[in-house]
Ligand binder design. Structure first.
Ligand code: HEM
Ligand code: HEM
Length: 195
């Protein structure tokens, strides 16, 4: 009898975008948490780096969501239980929503703080004067939503490890970049004569 472990993977574009965005979020999030720790004279520089990397996250998330709508994920292995099936889609959607909305609130905070985007070769200045009534609450909301994103990512990663190493249903291999994931799938194809 065939094993139910089907080991189908996400496409290479989805995998590349997943891990590039994950890495960038670690960088942007760490820079965000360090904002108050920088010496005054370098603080604006690091907040600008945080903002530029955050903008990149936003652009990549848009590209990824657009791609995702045109490329449905591979079917889940039959080993994945009912609870995981029901919960994973809303959690993934919430992750996308947070990655969409956090940078937008960050942009508002940045601009209404009177800051100027410095892209190195050129600067973008909206000419808006610092307005505490705007940037104080948006900065708080931006931070709280970022903490929510970190918590959700933690749960998401723990769930992935639990599937991979406790349930042993090969879930992480679906999103893993290396050829390691392809080997068991190829073996199974050989066993079933390519069906
Ligand atoms: C900032 C970090 C991360 C973010 C924002 C993130 C976000 C996401 C999102 C939105 C999806 C849904 C993909 C889709 O169907 O379009 C996903 C899938 C997935 N992620 Fe992450 N992820 C992160 C980190 C991680 C880590 C650290 C792991 C593993 C240890 C991981 C493992 C997976 C796996 C295995 C899937 C596929 C789940 C499935 O097959 O249904 N992710 N991730
Ligand atoms: C997914 C992307 C992002 C994440 C995870 C993130 C995360 C964070 C975190 C954790 C903080 C510190 C909050 C606190 O101290 O309570 C912060 C602050 C801030 N972020 Fe972001 N951020 C992102 C994108 C952006 C973007 C795109 C911009 C602007 C274009 C931005 C602008 C700011 C500003 C202005 C602050 C306040 C800095 C200050 O103390 O003046 N962020 N962010």
């Amino acid at each position: 009898m065939l094993p139910s472990f089907n080991n189908q993977r996400y496409g290479s574009t989805a995998i590349a975008l997943h891990w590039i965005i994950a890495l960038l979020i670690v960088v942007v999030g760490t820079l965000g948490l360090l904002h108050d720790s920088w010496p005054k004279r370098t603080q604006a520089f690091w907040i600008n780096i945080h903002a530029l990397c955050g903008l990149l996250v936003w652009v990549l998330v848009m590209a990824r969501f657009w791609w995702r709508l045109r490329h449905p994920p591979p079917e889940l292995s039959a080993q994945i239980g009912e609870f995981s099936r029901r919960v994973s889609a809303p959690v993934h959607l919430l992750l996308y929503a947070l990655m969409f909305v956090i940078p937008i609130i960050g942009i508002v905070t940045f601009i209404w703080h009177g800051r100027v985007f410095d892209f190195g070769l050129f600067r973008v200045n909206f000419g808006i004067r610092a307005n505490r009534a705007v940037f104080n609450p948006t900065e708080d909301v931006h931070g709280y939503l970022a903490y929510l994103l970190f918590a959700l990512v933690g749960i998401h990663a723990l769930a992935a490890f639990w599937h991979q190493f406790v349930r042993r249903d090969g879930l992480i291999l679906r999103m893993w970049p290396s050829g390691a994931a392809a080997k068991p799938a190829a073996k199974q194809r050989r066993r079933t004569g390519g069906r």
